[in-house]
Design a protein around this ligand. Structure first.
Ligand SMILES: N[C@@H](CCC(=O)N[C@@H](CS)C(=O)NCC(=O)O)C(=O)O
Length: 216
């Protein structure tokens, strides 16, 4: 099989989701690093016209959008399956991926994680406290809903590890390390799920680079 090449910066939680899928499949891969200074430059735009990361290359096939990449990996390496067969669990998995893409990342992580962690530790910027404060109600809404959805299940969409867990765990890794996320997550079933996820070999093998390696 052709080599899997993931273009992007290793601090990206979306890129980490792709690495997690390949780790869970025990498939070798390589990260082709795009530096922060190269983001949205010509090389990057040629790979991803919308200027985001990650981008997967597999032979002559190129794909962007993380959930599309995860579904491709699950199709091309069927075992172990990362998607349920029960229709209700499929619906739940897809719903949670949608919550990540539409609400948790753009309305919460992109603001709180960027201002608390990525900006200060990677780019040397100061946190915008008013932006963080404005995002806290959305953080409560998103994390509260994910906590309600996991209930007493082992994984987000039921009793099987799915793409939803692989999308969410890298986002929660950073959010749990912020004061705002930590407070909201305290005592929740979602935090217990995250701790279980965080000790999986796939998560341990894909830790972000220093200085973004954080205590959960
Ligand atoms: N919908 C995209 C979102 C990816 C995304 O937003 N990645 C972030 C890094 S975690 C990014 O590229 N940020 C660069 C920017 O917004 O300029 C996907 O699923 O791949």
């Amino acid at each position: 099989m052709n080599e899997f090449v993931i273009h992007g910066h290793p601090a990206s939680p979306f890129l980490r989701s792709v690495c997690l899928a390949l780790e869970e499949k025990r498939a070798p891969y390589r990260i082709a690093r795009l530096e922060v200074s190269e983001m949205r430059g010509e090389v990057h735009r040629n790979l991803h016209p919308f200027g985001r990361i990650p981008i997967l290359e597999h032979g002559d096939y190129r794909l962007y959008e993380t959930q599309a990449i995860l579904r491709y990996i699950d199709a091309i390496i069927p075992k172990p399956s990362l998607q349920p067969t029960d229709p209700k669990a499929i619906g739940r998995m897809n719903q949670i991926i949608g919550i990540n893409d539409w609400y948790l990342f753009p309305m919460v992580a992109r603001i709180i994680v960027f201002n608390r962690i990525v900006g200060p530790l990677l780019l040397g910027t100061m946190p915008d406290e008013s932006a963080i404060a404005a995002a806290v109600p959305n953080a409560s809404l998103c994390l509260g809903e994910l906590d309600r959805l996991i209930g007493d299940q082992s994984f987000l969409a039921g009793e099987q590890l799915t793409l939803a867990d692989l999308m969410l765990a890298p986002q929660i890794y950073f959010l749990a390390a912020t004061p705002e996320g930590g407070l909201i997550l305290n005592g929740t079933a979602l935090l217990e799920w995250f701790r279980r996820m965080n000790s999986r070999p796939s998560m341990l093998a894909t830790l972000p680079p220093e200085p973004l390696r954080l205590a959960a």
